[in-house]
Design a protein around this ligand. Structure first.
Ligand code: NAD
Ligand code: MG
Length: 400
């Protein structure tokens, strides 16, 4: 029986992974080793019960009692804290879903790779912050990383194991997010709930807002560069409002392979779960006559500064990915908290990169986990400073 663990089980990707596992027979088909969650210990306990997990781990030690009570009478062990989450990755499992959101997902994934596990990687932040390290560890320990991000799953499938040398370009599709059709001058006043109204995908809060700002696509461009080892100049982004083509690979002979399907993450999760086989999946089938047209347009660089910043990050490489991701996470926190406006997020990230670049911090080769984590901490401090300056300016502007 295959064994597996789910990191970030209570999130959007985690829930959809759970759904697929339960539909496939749950504990009758899979042996679940670990399930972890950030908050929502009650839900984590339900999942652990349903899957008969060996261990359930919550991030916050304050939730441990709730988790323990909810799992009383079962054989599931309980634990809490980020160290316990990382330790859970040391438990033997054939397949590991990495679906924690943000930089917190890096260490558990890295630990799983060091044990040679197959890592289904939804946590794109791992590749953005530590791509070379992750790939080197995977190679050293004979571990495989299977992409779960829909674009990267699409590219992986369209590439169909052909040599990357045969690829002329990779075309990432982007929905454009909730504010795609807003007038440019209205963006500054966009609220959290407006940015949350994604037209096609139901996802976690953070990635949904990152879709509206295109920070999500910026991360994905870097993720593409790291995962597929392709030159940044060969990665294009196109807005495709219908979200039915999940990405494309253009080969040197001019052929383009596009991957299509309903916008449902259970396709990419299920593909990674069943790879190299394909299984029946509960996703809607496209009625192409009903779809009728597919549309595309180039992204406006003024509207989406995040895409330009991603290019700058790829040019520097080193620790720039870690700084970029950390600054983006802090900028998003400040937007969610109401301190800064929607468009200030890109400004905060840009200010942070400029400060760190001026301090000559970014070009250092990202060799070790410690370097990467050190930059993560520093960039969060700098981004916090940049966000407070922008919040102050905003207050003054409102007061004036
Ligand atoms: P989410 O916010 O819905 O869930 C995140 C999970 O991580 C939850 O279980 C949460 O409790 C846990 N978590 C949060 N902070 C934590 C911490 N500090 N320590 C431990 N656990 C923590 O997020 P999501 O939308 O499911 O996204 C998960 C990852 O998958 C992200 O990297 C995201 O970019 C990527 N992804 C998501 C989608 C999607 O459709 N949701 C699509 C592509 C890629
Ligand atoms: Mg994606």
């Amino acid at each position: 029986m295959r064994s597996l663990s789910i990191f970030g089980a209570t999130g959007s990707i985690g829930e959809q992974t759970f759904d697929l596992l339960m539909r496939a027979g749950g504990p009758a088909t899979y042996r679940t080793v670990a399930v972890t969650g950030g908050r929502n210990a009650a839900r984590l306990a339900e999942m652990a019960r349903a899957l008969r997990a060996e261990v359930a781990v919550c991030a916050d030690p304050a939730d441990l009692a709730t988790l323990r009570d909810a799992l009383a009478g079962t054989t599931t062990e309980v634990a809490a804290g980020s160290q316990a989450i990382a330790d859970a990755a040391d438990r033997p499992a054939d397949w590991v879903m990495s679906a924690i959101v943000g930089a917190a997902g890096l260490v558990p994934g890295l630990r799983a790779l060091r044990h040679g596990r197959t890592l289904a990687l939804a946590n794109k932040e791992s590749l953005v912050t530590a791509g070379p390290l992750l790939l080197a560890e995977a190679a050293r320990h004979g571990a495989r990383i299977l992409p779960v991000d829909s674009e990267h799953s699409a590219i992986f499938q369209a590439l169909n194991a052909e040599d990357i040398a045969a690829v002329e370009r990779i075309i990432l599709t982007a929905s454009g997010g909730a504010l795609r059709d807003w007038p440019l001058e209205a963006l500054a006043s966009a609220t959290v709930s407006q940015a949350m109204a994604h037209p096609n995908w139901a996802m976690g809060q953070r990635i949904t807002i990152d879709s509206a700002s295109m920070f999500n696509k910026a991360l994905e461009v870097i993720e593409t560069r790291e995962y597929f080892g392709i030159d940044p100049d060969r990665i294009e982004v196109i807005i495709h409002p219908e979200s039915l083509i999940h990405s494309m690979v253009g080969f040197r002979d001019g052929a383009i392979m596009a991957h299509m399907g309903a916008p449902d993450m259970r396709h990419s999760i299920g593909y990674a779960l069943n790879w190299p086989d394909r299984a029946d999946l509960p996703v809607a089938r496209l009625d192409l006559a009903q779809v009728a047209t597919l549309t595309f347009r180039a992204p406006d660089p003024v509207r989406y500064p995040a895409l330009r910043l991603a290019r700058e990050v790829m040019a520097i490489r080193g620790l720039a990915g870690s700084a970029f991701n950390a600054a983006k996470e802090i900028a998003l926190d400040h937007f969610l908290g109401g301190g800064i406006g929607f468009q200030d997020m890109a400004g905060v990230v840009e200010d942070t990169l400029a400060r760190l670049s001026g301090e000559m911090r970014l070009g250092n080769a990202a060799l070790t986990l410690e370097d990467i984590q050190g930059m993560d901490v520093l960039a969060r401090i700098r981004a916090g400073e940049a966000a407070r300056i922008r919040a102050g300016n905003r207050q003054q502007a409102i007061g004036a």
